[in-house]
Ligand binder design. Sequence first.
Ligand code: ATP
Ligand code: MG
Length: 369
Amino acid sequence: MKIEHLNLTNFRNYKELSIDFHDGLTILTGENAQGKTNILEAIFLLSLAKSHRTNHDQEMITWNEDYAKVVGQITTKNSHFPLEIILNSKGKIAKYNYIDQKRLSQFIGKLNVILFSPEDMQIVKGSPSLRRKFLDTELGQTHPIYLQNLLEYHRILKQRNSYLKQAREKNSHDPVYLEILTDQLVEAGSRVINYRIEFVKNLEKIAQPLHYELSNERDLLSMVYKSSTSKVDYEKKDLIEDQLEELFKSSTQREIDQGITLYGPHRDDLIFYINDNLAQQFASQGQQRTIILSLKLAELDLVYAIDQDYPVLLLDDVLSELDDRRQFILMSKIEGKVQTILTTASVENIHIQELKNSSIIQVKKGKVL
Ligand SMILES: Nc1ncnc2c1ncn2[C@@H]1O[C@H](COP(=O)(O)OP(=O)(O)OP(=O)(O)O)[C@@H](O)[C@H]1O
Ligand SMILES: [Mg+2]
């Protein structure tokens, strides 16, 4: 899959931008705060209909303008189409092949991207919500049904939470109604959990050997999708729904007392181990970077296995942080297969052969040279 062309209007510090991307490697270089990451953000927006660094779409509109427009020309292994997003004060419009997509879930994933940005360094040691977001982002792109399930789960969760809160305030509740909400929550929640367990297993299978190679055959990476409570054992895969049902049955009063849903995939976590030690506790900066890099590389193969097409790889400021050996391994995995767009303040920190065949684009004050 490739993005051949990108057009921006009133997007961040770009009044107007038209840019072609190399089939292989495109390098966006320039001083800090010139607009390199903004270009990657625009591509990410075409893929997931949201930014990777803000939840407020309006922030992406150029100051003092009332709309922003992003258009990309996409080529996949058997089609060619434009994607378009318009942001304005009313919200956003997403078009696939010139046609408005009423449901964003139908738009998301038409373009697949894997982004590796400095924010991802938080995945290993940051809060569980970041790891859930990591899972949701990747699963959402490749499995539209997962995304619908997840939205459904959050819709029911919200409804159930507000009912529990109300029950606490009134000091009374309708057990039948709560049971209906609980059943719906358990059903949607189990589907989300099952998708995530499967994804983590598949990801581990591919990431483990990559990580072993990247760590110079020193570190064995393993990962586990973990329930927020020891009362539910995800190893017993066929019994997840039953276990959750039991758990909610025995927790009704506590949930009402606290006015909130206490269990479910919105509280789960993804745990990384290196040589059976908890990475969250002891992994060094370099080890964390190696974990993330192997996850991202593994995702490339995982997407390929599903779509028979590689996603576009976006590397924000990360290549120059890797030592030469890791840069080399990374490039050897993607060369000739994966369209890659990377940003760096200075090309001098990048020591790869492929530099010769890449297109190097200078970014300066919201213009490309
Ligand atoms: N809504 C907006 N309207 C106008 N300019 C904006 C808007 N949002 C951000 N900017 C400008 O965009 C610039 C930052 O762009 P970006 O994050 O792409 O920089 P960068 O080249 O990646 O820098 P670095 O090397 O530091 O990561 C800043 O100058 C900022 O003021
Ligand atoms: Mg940047």
